[in-house]
Design a protein around this ligand. Structure first.
Ligand code: C2E
Ligand code: MG
Ligand code: MG
Ligand code: MG
Length: 285
């Protein structure tokens, strides 16, 4: 009895494994096709000055619209796109697309300080030997001012070969672009190492920001990260602020910028234009 039960369990387990392997293979095939068919698109989330409450720029966030019209978010596909190496081609498409769109908005909505565009660079992309050459080419071809482009890297990028990373980041900086460290506080980078990296912007991870009005500990973490960034001469973006109370707390700590649902969810390019036509009002601050 026990034996047959055991056996059928093993079978079930194998069937389950087989199913998830199949799902995975189908998903991989779908993603390759998506690339060829142009099923990826970008949404843009505003980054807002906490002093003037003006939109200073956007972060580009990739989405996948499947042929049936359903929208897939990066949490459900970026890992596979990374594993398969597809991220390299997709990543360069994303950078080019974001730079082209932003170049248009910068022309249409000129400002004393031009709008910035932030683009995520995944660890796999960061490992590409020709990353710097490709970024240089995309900047040149889109004609965007490199000073308005920010590449976001995560701390996980910065735990491999330290010397290579410092050198890569310096080469990117030499192109005139800016560098941000994303999701800060969730990784393990040491202080001395962070100090060696030529970073301009630190983005505090959403988990701390979204909890700071309820948890004294999270508030203290945000405060500590703010001080760290200030000492390293970096600007700070707080990710994931959803309510007015968090915005007020961030302002009281002297945080430079906020990005989160309180201001706006990521939006399609048509809504970006509407937003930039302004005037903008944020409820509650
Ligand atoms: P991320 O770079 O940290 O981007 C911020 C994520 O937080 C976005 O999710 C954004 O929609 C979400 N978010 C912003 N404000 C709030 C808020 O107030 N509340 C909540 N609940 N969420 C908020 P999204 O677009 O699903 O992207 C998830 C992650 O996928 C990104 O995290 C990034 O790591 C990755 N990703 C997105 N687009 C790209 C891309 O173009 N290339 C690469 N390599 N990775 C990307
Ligand atoms: Mg990001
Ligand atoms: Mg982030
Ligand atoms: Mg994140």
């Amino acid at each position: 009895r026990a034996k047959t039960l055991g056996k059928s369990r093993t079978e079930m387990f194998h069937r389950e494994m087989h199913r998830s392997a199949m799902t995975r293979l189908t998903l991989e095939a779908d993603l390759r096709r998506a690339m060829v068919n142009g099923e990826f698109l970008l949404h843009y989330q505003p980054i807002v000055s906490l002093e003037s409450l003006e939109v200073v720029g956007f972060e580009a966030l990739v989405r996948w619209r499947r042929p049936d019209g359903s929208m897939v978010y990066p949490g459900d596909f970026i890992g596979i796109v990374e594993d398969t190496g597809l991220i390299v081609a997709l990543g360069f498409w994303i950078l080019r697309e974001a730079c082209m769109a932003t170049r248009r908005w910068q022309r249409e909505f000129p400002r004393e300080t031009p709008l910035t565009i932030s683009v995520n660079i995944s660890p796999r992309q960061f490992a590409e030997p020709d990353l710097v050459a490709q970024v240089r080419r995309i900047i040149a071809e889109t004609g965007i001012d490199p000073q308005t482009v920010r590449l976001e890297i995560t701390e996980s990028v910065t735990i491999g070969d330290a010397d290579r990373e410092v050198s890569m980041l310096s080469q990117l900086k030499d192109l005139g672009i800016r560098l941000s460290i994303d999701d800060f506080g969730t990784g393990y980078s040491s202080l001395s190492y962070l100090h060696r990296l030529p970073l301009d912007v630190l983005k505090i991870d959403r988990s701390f920001v979204s909890a700071m009005d309820k948890s004294a500990e999270s508030f203290q973490i945000v405060n500590t990260i703010m001080n760290l960034a200030r000492n390293l001469g970096m600007h700070v973006v707080a990710e994931g602020a959803e309510v007015a109370g968090q915005i007020e707390q961030l302002q009281s700590l002297g945080c430079d910028y906020g990005q989160g649902y309180f201001f706006s969810k990521p939006m399609d390019p048509a809504d970006v234009v509407k937003l930039l036509k302004g005037p903008t009002h944020w409820a509650g601050v």
